[in-house]
Ligand binder design. Structure first.
Ligand SMILES: *Cc1c(COP(=O)(O)O)cnc(C)c1O
Length: 467
């Protein structure tokens, strides 16, 4: 399993050449898959592991499947679903971490790696306006796990009987609130927590698609009257479809008044806290009890890097700690992540963000999110100038738009027309945008997810759309 030293260097050099070539050729590579699923299956049939290939051949095989066998979401003209071009130092971090393979379940297994992640958690917490000394949290596999952590924590704090007795120990059905624009991970989370999917109460949005505090207040009162027990509100700072930021100060106020856990899902939009200019759009986030930030979205590190932040350490330990005779307890005042989150064996995912921050700094991220937001503004302006209608209202770089000429057609026909436009862009212009629905209406959606995108890419997109 381990080649000898000279051979190791040769293989590494082959792999690093492949990585360097990937970045060199990225702009000129097709975004759409070039190998069909049928061809992938046929190839896999040949690979039965009874014969072997050289390491170089294996690397080439993998790169071919990776680059040509699926959507190339790392491409600068992938205006898609928050899947970024990974930062180069994030890529390097993966190689280093995989090599040493530290275990982050318990502090005493790897104090340095655990301390790096705690340092990052406190840093991000500080940027969000939490007191870094009091805040806690952990890296997660992504936003879904971070949101699940928040719901479990809120449940455990609100219903102490649940820890031992489960849902059946509770007299009333716990329910929580989202909007129709909230990420659907909460549906799975309600199922996984044993709450049941009906425990997710969808609150009306206002005309700008923001969760309405007035409608929320009415829903809470109605649920109390019906004998249910509200425990959490999940606001979103940067919704998945339209980049909408819910009215965080008003929702924080309402949660404080009603004694509800206030969670802010800033999986993508949380990147804005790095910019002094954009941070104000997230005002009120500092009043959250818990915050989700996905470093693998706007912060552009490789996939598998989410973060859950909690205002204080209280609750995490009650929720996740267990007695483990085979894992020695660490000294006090250090975090054993196995007792503070869902995962057990943990990868040192935080190094991806650490190395990117060490080299780019806060200013590097600020410049990145500001540049992408400016590109969003430019796209909106150019589309409007050409008669397209922008249908979402956000300072973040997600642009949802439609052609007013389609207004007279029925929704199904509109959807077909927009889908075929998106497909043509993908096939003929090497630009990837998607179709989503807002207020039930089909619209085109373009999001700036790659830090490599520039004005020439906005022009390329406009040109394709006009054609
Ligand atoms: C992407 C996203 C999630 C889910 O995060 P994963 O990293 O995909 O698990 C949750 N909430 C929002 C707002 C998102 O955009």
């Amino acid at each position: 399993m381990l080649p000898e030293s000279a051979e190791r260097k040769k293989i590494l050099s082959h792999a690093t050449s492949a990585v360097a070539r990937f970045y060199d050729q990225l702009r000129d590579t097709a975004i759409m898959p070039e190998i069909s699923t049928a061809a992938v299956r046929a190839r896999l049939k040949e690979l039965d592991f009874e014969t072997t290939v050289s390491a170089d051949e294996a690397i080439d095989e993998a790169m071919r499947l990776l680059v040509q066998g699926g959507l190339l979401s790392a491409h600068p003209r992938y205006f898609g679903l928050f899947n970024p071009t990974p930062t180069f130092m994030g890529v390097i971090a993966d190689l280093l971490v995989s090599t040493v393979n530290p275990q982050l379940a318990a502090h005493n297994h790897h104090p340095a790696a655990t301390e790096v992640e705690e340092h990052l958690v406190r840093y991000l917490a500080g940027l969000c306006g939490f007191d870094p000394a009091a805040a806690a949290g952990s890296f997660t596999s992504g936003g879904s796990e971070a949101n699940a952590t928040a719901v479990l924590l809120a449940l455990t704090r609100k219903f102490p009987a649940l820890r031992a007795g489960g849902m059946r120990a509770l007299a009333k059905q716990p329910v929580f609130y989202v909007s129709a624009e909230t990420h659907h991970s909460f549906v799975k989370i309600a199922h996984m927590c044993g709450l049941g999917r009906d425990a997710v109460h969808v609150v009306e949005t206002d005309p700008d698609l923001k969760l309405s505090p007035a409608a929320l207040e009415r829903a809470i009162a109605a649920d109390h009257a019906a004998g249910q027990e509200p425990f959490l509100v999940a606001a979103t700072a940067g919704t998945t479809s339209a980049g909408i930021i819910d009215p965080l100060p008003e929702l924080a106020e309402l949660c404080a008044r009603e004694g509800l856990h206030f969670h802010v899902d800033a999986a993508w939009g949380g990147g804005a806290v790095f910019s002094e200019r954009l941070r104000r759009h997230l005002d009120g986030i500092e009043r959250a009890d818990t915050i989700t930030i996905d470093a693998h979205k706007w912060l552009s590190v490789p996939i598998g890097t989410g973060v859950i932040l909690t205002r204080s350490g209280a609750g995490l330990h009650e929720t996740f700690s267990v007695d483990t005779p085979y894992i020695p307890r660490s000294e006090e005042r250090s975090t054993d992540y196995l007792h503070a989150g869902i995962q057990w064996t943990r990868r040192f995912a935080g190094l991806r963000l650490f190395l990117t921050l060490l080299t780019a700094g806060r200013a590097g991220y600020a410049a990145m999110v500001e540049r992408q937001s400016a590109l969003g503004d430019l796209l909106r302006q150019e589309l409007r100038a050409r008669g397209w209608r922008i249908v979402n209202n956000t300072p973040l770089p997600v642009v949802c738009f439609t052609d007013p000429a389609l207004d007279s057609r029925p929704p199904d026909q509109r959807a077909t027309a927009l889908e075929s436009l998106a497909r043509q862009l993908q096939e003929q212009n090497n630009c990837w945008i998607s179709v989503t629905r807002l207020r039930g209406e089909p619209v085109l959606r373009a999001c700036f997810t790659s830090y490599l995108a520039g004005e020439e890419d906005v022009r390329g997109l406009i040109k394709g759309v006009e054609e």
